[in-house]
Design a protein around this ligand. Structure first.
Ligand code: 13P
Length: 252
């Protein structure tokens, strides 16, 4: 058990899942009810196709449902896009923005991510902005410089600290089974915390900093115990109930 921490454990399902997974949400709800989490928050971000159904099942429970992206526009001729208010309309309470897969495959820039984050925060969504370095950037000793730049350019000036979350996800750790050592995670998280303090002052205390990248039932307890780690953004291990439950078991 990770003591004295208000943790946020978020599952990013990426492009996985179908209506068959409704039963997993029911199992999760049952477990959350039994466990009576006092301090921890739990979020599942399925593909948009499942948000409505999942949020209907989890209404009035501690389980939050969120999305994996949103538009920086409110409405209009933007084929294929979905706005924060539309996400709210189908029961989404949160959104992940600037995931490295979107930065890479959709070529999303810091500027666009910042604009999306402003829109999401204006619509009162819990807004998780992801940052993280590539393996080459790590090898060349540029991790902190890269993270500093991403924070500076992808976060809005005006924030609601309770609604903003940062996720540190080293790109090389995502889906690879590789995880930075605890010292390295501590260094990056304390660096992020310092940057947030110098930009937002006292408000920064309320901004949670999650770690993401190959979190699983074996390493979760050790990672979640590191100072400045306020939770986890879990990919693969959030897709199977028993794996995700094993991570939640460390929370109180
Ligand atoms: P994995 O946990 O599968 O490494 O994915 C991490 C991630 O990208 C979460 O957003």
């Amino acid at each position: 058990m990770v003591k004295n921490k208000d943790l946020l454990i978020a599952g990013n399902w990426k492009m996985n899942g179908s209506k068959k997974n409704l039963s997993m949400i029911s199992l999760l709800m049952k477990y959350i009810k039994q466990k009576k989490f006092k301090n921890s928050e739990i979020l599942i971000c399925p593909p948009n196709t499942l948000i409505d159904a999942f949020s209907n099942i989890s209404k009035r429970s501690k389980l939050m449902i969120g999305a994996q992206d949103c538009s920086d526009k409110e409405y209009g001729a933007f084929t294929g896009d979905i706005s924060p208010s539309m996400l709210k309309d189908i029961g989404s309470q949160a959104v992940i923005l600037g995931h490295s897969e979107r930065r890479q495959y959709q070529e999303e820039s810091n500027k666009l991510i910042r604009s999306k984050a402003e829109n999401a925060l204006n619509n009162n969504l819990l807004t998780i902005v992801c940052v993280g370095e590539s393996l080459n950037q790590k090898k060349s000793g540029n991790t902190l410089r890269v993270i500093g730049e991403q924070l500076k350019k992808s976060l809005p000036d005006k924030i609601k600290p309770n609604d903003l979350v940062i996720a540190y996800e080293p790109i090389w750790a995502i889906g690879s089974g590789l995880v930075p050592n605890n010292d390295d995670i501590y260094k990056v998280h304390s660096f992020i915390s310092d940057k947030l303090k110098s930009r937002y002052g006292g408000k920064a205390k309320k901004i949670k900093i999650l770690y993401g990248g190959s979190v699983n039932k074996k390493n979760a307890s050790s990672i979640l115990s590191i100072d400045y780690v306020d939770g986890a953004l879990v990919g693969g291990a959030s897709l199977k109930f028993s794996d995700f439950r094993a991570i939640l078991d460390f929370c109180n």
